[in-house]
Design a protein around this ligand. Structure first.
Ligand SMILES: Nc1ncnc2c1ncn2[C@@H]1O[C@H](COP(=O)(O)OP(=O)(O)O)[C@@H](O)[C@H]1O
Ligand SMILES: [Mg+2]
Length: 211
């Protein structure tokens, strides 16, 4: 069982989009997957789940740190648990960092988004220092504009955090919003570029999470 948490206190950076898509693509790979919504203000993952009747992906809400602690026992019957993080640096984020094997941090390619990640990075590093490196963590560039390169300033700012950055960015594409409104993933669509991008991201995450 592997717990992957998609965390960043900044709203709108793509946590729910990435969580739902990652969870569905792992499920399509044949893994047993549970999606966990920790965002009690937005409840977007729950809304996503409810938008599709007979949604094949199980989704539960855990939005209190105490409830979250019970996740480890629920999680044992799954291969992967994907945790969709809350906005703001709440207790639930700290609990998620403690409980997860891998933290994925989506950041939009803007300095504000990078600065906003510093508290989370501190939290992860403090945890890693007392656990011999758990959870592992990496950034993924989210909502990147297709065809544009990551600016040098952004690269430098990311490098300062000393955490890996996935080599595949998630591109800003209408298909992410379109499929979300149906409670689906781009993996359920015919958009080959989006599917390829998502699968590449999944492969990279699997490498980190399994090592
Ligand atoms: N890669 C993307 N391409 C297009 N729209 C996106 C993408 N990622 C997120 N969005 C849109 O941006 C908004 C915020 O994304 P969301 O995943 O809800 O972020 P968060 O969970 O971090 O608040 C949503 O309307 C979502 O559909
Ligand atoms: Mg969200």
């Amino acid at each position: 069982m592997t717990i992957i948490a998609v965390l960043n206190s900044k709203g709108g950076c793509g946590k729910t989009t990435i969580s739902t898509n990652l969870a569905r693509s792992l499920q399509k790979r044949g893994y047993k997957v549970l999606l966990v919504d920790t965002d009690h203000a937005q409840t977007s993952a729950r809304d996503w789940h409810a938008a599709k009747e007979d949604n094949p992906l199980p989704c539960i809400a855990l939005d209190r740190p105490n409830n979250f602690k019970s996740l480890t026992s629920v999680a044992t019957s799954y291969d992967f648990v994907v945790v969709d993080g809350a906005a703001k640096l709440e207790d639930i984020i700290a609990t998620a960092v403690k409980s997860s094997d891998f933290v994925l941090i989506p950041v939009q390619p803007s300095p504000y988004d990078l600065w906003a990640a510093s508290d989370l990075v501190d939290l992860i590093k403090t945890r890693q220092s007392i656990t011999e490196g758990k959870p592992k963590a990496a950034f993924v560039i989210s909502r990147a504009i297709d065809g544009t390169k990551l600016g040098r300033e952004i690269q430098a700012a990311l490098a300062e955090y000393e955490l890996p950055v996935l080599s595949t960015p998630i591109t800003q594409r209408q298909i992410y919003a379109q499929t979300a409104s149906r409670g689906e993933s781009v993996i359920d669509s015919k958009n080959t570029e989006a599917i390829a991008e998502l699968e590449a991201v999944m492969e990279e995450i699997l490498k980190y999470a399994n090592n």
